[in-house]
Design a protein around this ligand. Structure first.
Ligand code: AN0
Ligand code: CP
Length: 312
């Protein structure tokens, strides 16, 4: 594995899930592996979990960490080739990536979808710009199209908490006042398609995701029908993909309540707006796995860092 940019970079998921469990049982067991190595983390967007769990993972492996928030503190970067840079972008990714590669051994990048221009988002210009010009491995900390560290933590959580061989997992759209990216949903779908689970998706009409990602996964527009008999209910809002980046409705009948949840376990990547996406009582109940998912972000990141360190 050269970079970790998508769940498809995982060569053997079963083996990785076993190894994650092993790492979790003794997180400091490889603390020599990262000794003398530096992880750089560049954030073009906000974060709580990704920022801290990835740092924690690096510290568990004995690495040192440098973090930079690009939003206000970094020079505005140009990613397009051949432009006359006489606007407000002071530095090109061609230089920035090569400079950072000298300071770090592994680089993580968070750069959300802008949700304005679909083809620009689909080109993943920030993540790919760094991959193209970095001379070190790159980890996707949520890009325009995917959040593979989250999906790995979700897979670890489901593997730990399933009570049957082939649990039923449902990804449901949930309301939200602001337009949100498709990255978490995309990576979760791709991960569930590879897991031994009975998986389906439910969302209101108009919230269809990229059909190349959904593939043969069953999709229901009737949430109640989809959730019947679910063992894990994963809620996530996303803005429209077809009417790109738009909030089409905030139908709060799609919010996950205790009544809707039934006997299922509740999952969400967080941050979650209480009583909009999910009833507060669900998050406060013993059926919620959100805190455990966030805990598993550390072991997901640690596994990815370990695999990359082993290639250095
Ligand atoms: C982001 C999203 O939906 O992609 C990050 C989730 C991990 N969420 C928000 O911006 C609220
Ligand atoms: N789930 C997740 O990635 O959270 P942050 O945006 O806080 O990092």
């Amino acid at each position: 594995m050269k970079n970790y940019t998508s769940v498809y970079d995982i060569p053997d998921l079963t083996q990785w899930l076993n190894e994650a469990r092993e790492l979790k049982s003794n997180p400091r067991q490889h603390k020599q592996l990262g000794s003398g190595k530096t992880l750089g983390l560049l954030f073009f967007n906000n974060s709580l979990r990704t920022r801290l769990s990835t740092q924690k993972a690096a510290l568990n492996l004995g690495m040192e960490v440098m973090v930079m928030n690009f939003g206000k503190e970094g020079w505005a970067l140009e990613f397009a080739d051949g432009t006359i840079m006489d606007g407000d972008r002071a530095e090109h990714v061609r230089e920035a990536a090569r400079v950072v590669s000298q300071y770090c051994d592994i680089l993580g990048i968070r750069a959300f979808a802008g949700l304005k221009d679909k083809s620009e988002d689909e080109s993943e210009q920030v993540l790919n710009g760094f991959i193209d010009h970095c001379t070190i491995p790159v980890i996707n900390l949520e890009s325009a199209l995917g959040h593979p560290l989250q999906a790995l933590a979700d897979a670890i959580t489901i593997a730990e908490h399933k009570t049957s061989k082939r649990p039923k997992v449902v990804l449901t759209w949930a309301p939200h006042p602001r337009p949100l990216p498709h990255a978490v949903a995309n990576s979760f779908i791709r991960m569930m398609q590879q897991m031994p689970v009975d998986f389906c998706i439910t969302h209101p009409e108009g919230y269809e995701l990229n059909d190349k990602i959904v593939g043969n996964t069953p999709v229901f527009h009737d949430q109640k029908q989809a959730l019947e008999g679910a063992d894990f209910i994963y809620a996530k809002n996303w803005s429209s993909y077809l009417d790109y980046g738009k909030v089409l409705n905030r139908d709060n009948s799609w919010m996950i309540t205790q009544d809707v949840l039934g006997k299922a376990r509740f999952m969400h990547c967080l941050p979650a707006r209480r009583n909009v996406v999910v009833e507060g009582a669900v998050l406060d109940s013993g059926q919620s796995l959100v805190i455990e998912q966030a805990n598993n972000r550390t072991y997901a990141a640690q596994l990815v860092l370990k695999k990359l360190l082993e290639t250095l």
